[in-house]
Every structure is written in structure tokens, then in C-alpha cells.
Design a protein around this ligand. Structure first.
Ligand code: ADP
Ligand code: MG
Length: 240
């Protein structure tokens, strides 16, 4: 579903991704962990071309990620992204947020999109909030709306960049529950998170990134119980 080959990204003189290779199979849940500044967000952003990689190739669902406007729109329809800061449109209700992209991009009529929107709100447990504005929701509710909004485009892949890092601790669980459900339904997911419990329970594979490289990867059991590299051990040690 995702193939990355030798992906390099620099900002000025700073080389942030130093040649990353990654294959993600359909239905696979990959969790990326690593210290702040190691390039995790940049890597995710390259996958849906919010950043352009300097070199290397990224293929999503058989399509090469490239800069042409037309192919970019198609690419972004295949990929849903959820950010730490929710990024909901504040002047729109929950339902308006959800139907905006599918209607604008003519994927669905307004009625179809609303019907789908209601299903998705049910799925994330927020059907009673359809006509609410984002500033009247808790962080956990906002993030569940953001997930529903991403799903409204019927993506084949979901990218999550620290989706629970901005939440009060008691609100983290409700968002992780929605993500677990998605994983169970077979969604292909790449998740950057510090929630090691989620990684242990849900990930098919855990990737440790540091300094612009993938240092080590394997099953959650391998990475958490028998990490091979000093940097992985050190990082995991700091979390305890
Ligand atoms: P992580 O998500 O692992 O914390 P990031 O991918 O956000 O790491 O950042 C990796 C490095 O790239 C950091 O040193 C960060 O300051 C730098 N960086 C990220 N985005 C930009 C940008 N748009 N311009 C310049 N530097 C950036
Ligand atoms: Mg980040």
C-alpha cells in the first residue's frame, strides 16, 4: 500500500530524512516512535506530499507521489491525515467539517455526504454533536471529529501524527479506542505516537526513528522486550 525508497528531505542545510525505506502492506498498522526532532512528522508529511521529498520515491497504492496538481488531489483522496492539533474549521459545525471535502471535491452529493457523516459520527460516538461548533467540544471529541472527517473521504490509508499528544490524559483513551476499532476493521495505518500501550496492543510493526534514520524495526514484542540498538534501548529506557 505504501512503498518508500531512499527518501531524503532537507530543510536548508539540515538533513532531516537521510534515506528512508519503508513498505507497508494493506491492512498493516505501523507505529513510528522516536525522540523529538528525529523526522517522524516530516516523514509522514512527505507521504501525502505536504512536504516534497528531495530525492527517493514514495508510492501510495501503486501511484507515485509527485507534484502534479491533478495527481496530488487523487493521492490525497487515498490518504487521511490526523494531526496533533485537530485542525478543524472553527466557523463550521461538526457536520459541515465532515462533509466539506467530499462535497467540494465532488466525491459525493451533499445528501450522500451527510448520510455518510452521520454514520461516521456514530462510529466515533458523537452523533449528538453533528450541529455543534468545535469550540464547544472537548479535545478528545475534537480529535474524534477530525478522525471522522478524514474517514469521510473513504481513504485507503490513515496517517496519524501524535493524535493524542495535545489531550488531557483522561481524554486519550477515547481517541485510542476509535483508532483501535479502525485497525480492527483492516485500515492501513501509520501512527506516530508516544502511547507505548497502544503500540504494544495494536501495532503489527514498530519502527524506531532517530536522527533521520530508521534505526530498528520489528514486532512490538521485539522492539519493547529485546531492542537491539543502544539508541532504541536508551529511548525506551527514558520512557520508563
Ligand atoms: P519529529 O516529528 O520527529 O519531532 P520533525 O519531522 O517535526 O521531527 O522535525 C525534524 C527536524 O526538522 C527538526 O529539527 C525540525 O526542527 C526540522 N523541521 C521540520 N519542519 C521544518 C520546516 N518546515 N522548516 C525547517 N525545519 C524543519
Ligand atoms: Mg512530530
Amino acid at each position: 500500500m505504501i512503498t518508500c525508497k531512499d527518501v531524503v528531505k532537507t530543510f536548508g542545510k539540515l538533513e532531516v530524512l537521510k534515506g528512508i525505506d519503508l513498505d507497508v502492506a494493506p491492512g498493516e498498522v505501523v507505529v513510528i516512535i522516536g525522540p523529538s526532532g528525529s523526522g517522524k512528522s516530516t516523514f509522514l508529511r512527505c507521504m501525502n506530499h505536504l512536504e516534497a521529498a528531495d530525492s527517493g520515491t514514495i508510492t501510495i497504492n501503486g501511484k507515485l507521489v509527485e507534484t502534479k496538481e491533478s495527481s496530488l488531489n487523487k493521492l490525497r483522496q487515498d490518504i487521511g491525515m490526523v494531526f496533533q492539533q485537530f485542525n478543524l474549521f472553527p466557523h463550521m459545525t461538526v457536520m459541515e467539517n465532515i462533509i466539506e471535502a467530499p462535497v467540494l471535491l465532488k466525491k459525493m452529493t451533499k445528501d450522500q455526504a451527510k448520510k455518510k457523516g452521520l454514520e461516521l459520527l456514530k462510529k466515533v460516538g458523537l452523533e449528538e454533536k453533528a450541529n455543534e461548533y468545535p469550540n464547544r467540544l472537548s479535545g478528545g471529541q475534537k480529535q474524534r471529529v477530525a478522525i471522522a472527517r478524514a474517514l469521510a473521504m473513504e481513504p485507503k490509508i490513515m496517517l496519524f501524527d501524535e493524535p493524542t499528544s495535545a489531550l488531557d490524559p483522561e481524554l486519550v483513551g477515547e481517541v485510542l479506542t476509535v483508532m483501535k476499532q479502525l485497525a480492527k476493521e483492516g485500515m492501513t495505518m501509520v501512527v506516530v505516537t508516544h502511547e507505548m500501550g497502544f503500540a504494544k496492543e495494536v501495532a503489527d510493526r514498530v519502527i524506531f526513528m532517530d536522527g533521520g534514520y530508521i534505526i530498528e524495526q520489528g514486532s512490538p514484542k521485539m522492539i519493547f522486550e529485546t531492542p537491539q540498538h543502544e539508541r532504541t534501548k536508551e529511548f525506551l529506557g527514558h520512557l520508563k
